[in-house]
Write a protein that binds this ligand. Structure first.
Ligand SMILES: N[C@@H](CCC(=O)N[C@@H](CS)C(=O)NCC(=O)O)C(=O)O
Length: 218
């Protein structure tokens, strides 16, 4: 059986939401995917030797296939799932559509996710992350958080009246943005002032069945 090594946090929750959108939720469809939980607050993911063999970086998630192959990095894991389960389509039907979805996902990943997560690790997340990795100074962290907020504003503008970043329908790009907004909410961040389109977008997608993963305690 395929195993999803999972935890708190936006990356495993992105994959979990993706599986649910594909209706491959744990326990359904003959239990296609089993979920194993790690406590990332205590750093269990970086202490468990058997997990480090699956993912030497120690980060979560990892998707372990039946034959023992371990896939890491949330976005490629989602693309792998899409290839095996093309319906409902979440990355685009044609090469041009996929380029459009990946464009928004890539922009968001680089422009928002990188400064937001680095800013978090240097600020509120410092006690958890400083023993695990290089973390920038609190001042640099505050600057990165401000840069990320500026980019959230850009995403608010490009979203406009729509609830979708690409193709006029729900795609991986929406899922990525939704997960990182929710990650922010869980660590006391708020949408930057004036980002009404994003507030409406989050509210809209909160209605999805898959969004319930954000109510879990694990
Ligand atoms: N680029 C990776 C990031 C994975 C990542 O940073 N996961 C977080 C949880 S959202 C984690 O493992 N945090 C605990 C740690 O780094 O020890 C991905 O896309 O999966």
């Amino acid at each position: 059986m395929t195993t999803l090594h999972s935890s708190l946090g936006p990356n495993p929750r992105l994959v979990r939401m993706f599986l649910i959108e594909k209706r491959i939720e744990e326990g359904s469809l003959e239990g296609q995917v089993k979920r194993v939980h790690y406590d990332i607050i205590t750093g269990e993911n970086r202490q468990d030797e058997s997990y480090l063999e699956k993912n030497p970086l120690g980060t979560i998630p990892t998707l372990e296939l039946d034959d023992g192959t371990c896939l890491t990095e949330s976005w490629p894991i989602c693309e792998y799932i899409e290839e095996l389960h093309p319906d409902p389509n979440l990355f685009g039907e044609t090469a041009a559509e996929r380029a459009e979805v990946r464009k928004w996902a890539r922009l968001f990943d680089q422009e928002v996710v990188v400064p937001m997560t680095m800013g978090f690790r240097a600020g509120a997340g410092r006690p958890m992350f400083e023993p695990r990795m290089s973390v920038v100074s609190p001042e640099a962290g505050a600057e990165l958080s401000a840069i990320s907020d500026e980019k959230w504003r850009y995403f608010d503008t490009v979203l406009g009246d729509s609830n979708h970043f690409a193709l006029g329908r729900f795609t991986f790009a929406d899922l990525l943005v939704f997960c990182f907004a929710n990650f922010g909410f869980t660590v006391g961040w708020k949408l930057p002032e004036g980002t009404r389109n994003l507030a409406r977008f989050v509210d809209h997608h909160n209605g999805r069945e898959s969004a319930k993963v954000w109510q879990d305690t694990e």
